[in-house]
Design a protein around this ligand. Sequence first.
Ligand code: SAM
Length: 250
Amino acid sequence: MRLDVVSIFPEYLAPLDLSLIGKARREGVLDLHVHDLRGFAHDRHHTVDDTPFGGGAGMVMKPEPWAEALDHVLDAGATEGAPVPHLLVPGPGGVPFSQAMAHALAEEPWLAFACGRYEGIDERVYEHAAERMPVTVVSLGDYVLGGGEVAVLAVVEAVARLLPGVVGNAESLVEESHEGGLLEYPVYTRPALWDDDGTPREVPAVLRSGDHAAVARWRQEQRVARTVARRPDLAAASAAVGGLEDLQVR
Ligand code: SAM
């Protein structure tokens, strides 16, 4: 998968050299290109923002550097199999990012990201880009970040770990939170009895019983109980499609 990220803070994307994503890049699963938007602003100060029409606080990102940067991405990455990327523009007013969206994006050969800053990007850039490639404004959640880079880190990590070979054991992707509508059950490792502060804390006996059916039953009960407690919105959706049938919720 090819990834292009345009930002005024290219260094913000440095964590994409680490861990599973870094390994995926070194192994050629991910082909990441980070572009500095200021390189497409040609005045002496490489200006990328200006005051908003209509007044108000803050600055707005100018259209000209964005158009040039996105044209550069289009030219640099176009191949027969992927003539244009799917452009994702992070923004608090976008479609909420989800595991389902991560799965859909993992099927695409080429993603590009336009990281806004200040009060955002001149609206005409979205129209201009949409004439050239599919564009989706994507939100990380109902809060306001200072820029799109953190959203890109989150989206790239969520998508990349779904690509074949990125996560060592593909089975670990199956029972996770947000796969199948429920949150994941609690997990434990050694020691079976842990006492750090005078309170002995034991791993649930069922997990040490060797009874696979009982473990599966316990885990499913925990998934349901946790989802009902923490995310009643998900639990309601899951119940509606039958995911909570025949289960005891404590
Ligand atoms: N004035 C904008 C608004 O109210 O919609 C917010 C601009 S925000 C300060 C600057 C940039 O941060 C946005 O252009 C976007 O790239 C990014 N951003 C902020 N919140 C975000 C969120 N919840 N999800 C994704 N990106 C976000």
